[in-house]
Design a binder for this molecule. Sequence first.
Ligand SMILES: Cc1cc2nc3c(=O)[nH]c(=O)nc-3n(C[C@H](O)[C@H](O)[C@H](O)COP(=O)(O)OP(=O)(O)OC[C@H]3O[C@@H](n4cnc5c(N)ncnc54)[C@H](O)[C@@H]3O)c2cc1C
Length: 291
Amino acid sequence: MNSIQLEKNISLANFTTWRIGGPAEWIAQPKNIEEIQYLINWINKEKISCNIIGAGSNLLINDKGIKGLSLCMRNFKGIKIDKSNGIIEVLSGEMLPTLARKAAASGLHGLEWAVGIPGTIGGAIVMNAGAQKNCISSYLESITTLSLTGEYKILKGKDLNFGYRYSLLQDEKLIVISARLKLTLGHAEQIRQVTNENLSHRLKTQPYTAQTCGSVFRNPEPLKAAKLIEELGLKGFRFGGAEISKIHSNFIINANKASSCDVRELIKYIQKKVLDAYGILLETEVKQCGF
Ligand SMILES: Cc1cc2nc3c(=O)[nH]c(=O)nc-3n(C[C@H](O)[C@H](O)[C@H](O)COP(=O)(O)OP(=O)(O)OC[C@H]3O[C@@H](n4cnc5c(N)ncnc54)[C@H](O)[C@@H]3O)c2cc1C
């Protein structure tokens, strides 16, 4: 008998860092591979669509909710570290900051930049998350995926077409099950110190404890979206409950019960202002679901 809990009509606001989003028609939070396989069989049998959620730290979910199954991976956890060769095997629901801390504690160098990114490994791979000129793809050897029709595949980093905040997984829906990373052995105390410094820098320069999704827009390289928005004097501008952060202008804060519509209107407003002033159309980094 399978013990997985399939819940109906649950608000997705608590599954995103923005705390915005309507109900999931169905939601499940599998803890092991058997539960994931059970859910895949179930959606195929019932002909139900499936939307994958990690820690919801890069998601804007429609207030009207999402049809089908919301497959929330944040309870699917596990880390195995081999200090002798720097290989880490990690399940996709593990949080990036936890992994960065554990790697640092094992004296492994490479993930010091990742300590403040509040996403899961799965989400980090899909987004090719990064900071300070580093990104997860640089340390990735391979991933194991499961398709929505139930086939496993091992994909190497080079198969995933990684780019700036991009991987092929944004276009091909596969469940990231696990990842194999390779780090290098370094000096534990030094790694810990850099990791701590990176986190304190973030706490000073980002509205880290507010309800946000991190950077809303991709940087139109070599320019910075935050700088363009700030130069237009938009810091603190509000639409409904959504506000452009006064600390970092590429962040939109859920300042007061913002709706998904408030956020989308604010995004459109910023895009128009930047386009009019600089002729640059800012593209969103945040993924929008259910619209
Ligand atoms: C305060 C704050 C700071 C941030 N700073 C940074 C930063 O410095 N750099 C950066 O790159 N990002 C940053 N982010 C954004 C975000 O944390 C990253 O994009 C993160 O990698 C998203 O991971 P997640 O698990 O939350 O994914 P989600 O937001 O849940 O999902 C993102 C995408 O990945 C897919 N997905 C998630 N898990 C899986 C899986 N197991 N299998 C298949 N698909 C999956 C989803 O379907 C969705 O398309 C920040 C966010 C916040 C709130």
